[in-house]
Design a protein around this ligand. Sequence first.
Ligand code: AGP
Length: 605
Amino acid sequence: MCGIIGYTGKGNAQKIMLDALELLEYRGYDSAGIALLKEGQTQIVKRAGRVKDLRNLCAEVKPEGTCGIGHTRWATHGGVCDENAHPHRFGRITLIHNGIIENYRELTEKYALEGALVSETDSEVVAAVLEHFYAGDPYSAIRRTVLKLKGTFALAIMFDDQPDKIYAVRNVSPIVAAVTKDGAVLSSDVAAIVPFTADYFVMPEFHVVCLSPGGVEMFDLSGDKAPIDWQKVDWDVSRGGKGGYPFYMEKEIMEQPQVIRETILPRIKDGRPDFTAEGIPDEILAACKRICVIACGTAMHAGLVGKSLIQAMIGIHVDVVMASEFMYNDPVVDKDTLVIAISQSGETIDTLEALKFARKCGSPSISIVNVKGASIARASEHVIYTCAGPEIAVASTKAYTTQLAVLYLITARMAVARGLWSGEKVTEFIEELQRVPQVMERVLEDKEEIHRLAGTILNARDVFMIGRGLDYSILLEGSLKLKEVSYIHSEAYASGELKHGTIALITEDTPVIAVVTQDKLKSKELSNIREVQSRGARVVLLIKEHETMDEGGEWSCVYRLPQMADAFMVMPASVVLQLIAYFVSLDKGLDVDKPRNLAKVVTVE
Ligand code: AGP
């Protein structure tokens, strides 16, 4: 949460900061600010609101300089107001912070800061402690300050008397840095680096990086120069921007066929799933006695689909645990438990901490991550990258379906590694997986028909989504999507559970979205749909094309999903649910890409 940017060089730092903050805004958008350092003078411009509001303010104030730091905030400590916006300044120190300083109250007391602080933030306390230790040597002040901090932090710091220099240090919260043609830049993620260069590095924890117009240097905390591990951005930069769509969410939904191809094709060799490039040995897939998936939100919903697949096809037990609850439920994981951590950003703190815990317990681990070099990828024994490319909309879409694609590959490789499937069965499964992109393309061609379906729930206050088995798993995700972008209260319910209480809420004002894609569950699911229809509910039904509905009766809205093997029907059905959520949000005139109260990357527990 929170996006940070730092730049020093020959360019117009105000413009560079504002452009970068726009690219980082999906990380938090309560308030924004910049600070520019020029000839020993630091000028701060900040305010509650969006980056566009900050841009307007900058147009009035006209801050100048070629060295600056900028921040877009998701509030943790202290409300949303101008004072709490970053950068924070204390004495000769100006800084921006992403993370949480847990011991800020103790520090306030220890350094007698009460009354001297102007904001309610934990971040300002760090600036004050740095000022306390600063006697002309930034490295020494940073080292001494960092040793006092408890919590997570990515800090970019300017010292009034260190012209054109930006210092950075981090624990857990990410920072990437790069050299530009006329200086150097750092950021929370590569989104803001890409306009400058394709070469960057991920700052290691507890190292100090110094950016100057001459480039970048890095030192460890004992003051020794540290080598930099350079990486290349492998995104297709030309795919940046909204590509003509009004919102990133729509663009990202439309990209799914392509990014699924890019995720699966390099991992299929001679018609079989192959993780040689990832260095994942078959033993890890063959030897485990159970699997534990840890993830949050949408990524966890992908895990639920993985659970159904693996239990049904491999016959081993899979737990899917919300990473935010993992540590508090006395987790039982050991060397026989394969831990699969799923995360788009690779930075979700709960998932990261749960993964670290599982590794301490001796569990082998694979992470499924979208962002190269992210913390979860680095903390994991093995990593499989989804090739979704940058996902900017806060609501995850293409990351989810590429996570699913990887879970299909893992299931198939596991079956091969355990000698469970005949060659024919492997071929059949992989061929079906390779058909997913074209099937999704067919659904996407029906965008306008799905837009009309979305119209049937536009004015609803509550929506229920019902299904069983795999259908229920994808509805959990469909329901989350609808809630987060449309603010309609929606609940996914296992349709067999309705009669145990919830059906009391069904009235003619409660639209129900039902998904029926599993042959073995069809007749039970259709009966459950009849039950809600009898209570007056209008039902939007997603069902396979060519499926008969012998029961007769009225169907106000039906969408026919292109046919795939049952295990793969989640793919086309998910696209329909994403589009429904998107169109409801669009037609309500909401800020689809930046729903209220949310942020794309959740780096606080
Ligand atoms: C999805 O639409 C979300 N906004 C959210 O649930 C997200 O999936 C979750 O925060 C996990 O993020 P991660 O994949 O980056 O770990």
